[in-house]
Write a protein that binds this ligand. Sequence first.
Ligand code: RB5
Length: 144
Amino acid sequence: MIAIGCDHGGYELKLEIKKYLDEKGIEYKDVGCNGESCDYPDIAKDVCTLIQNGDAEKGILICGTGIGISIAANKHKGIRAALCTDSYMAQFTRLHNDSNILCMGGRVIGGGVAVQITEAFLTTEFEGGRHQRRIDKISALEEN
Ligand code: RB5
């Protein structure tokens, strides 16, 4: 199960990503918004809560630039949100960072690139090994 959410700046791109998820038969829960003006930290919180509670395995968050919503998501314990602008970033943030949320900017990238990014993010497994040690160090920083 994927949790997906956006603010008004990411709404159009979210529709394109949802179309891709539908075509692939990937289950998702959309926490909003529906195009109306809203505050991206509220949307980030709803997606992060679904992941923290084990109700979603991964999340996708979209705002205008992808920056605000990734900053907000990364304030949540256990969340590793990665802002990606190409599929290389999406692949390597899964391989090396075990990121559990993909962030994108609806005003920055087009639908075709965003779908490529999403596919790389959802199909790449964490490599583990030395990268797990680094993830553990990130987790330890949450206690500061
Ligand atoms: C909303 O206008 C915009 O500020 C937001 O979508 C995002 O780009 C913030 O980082």
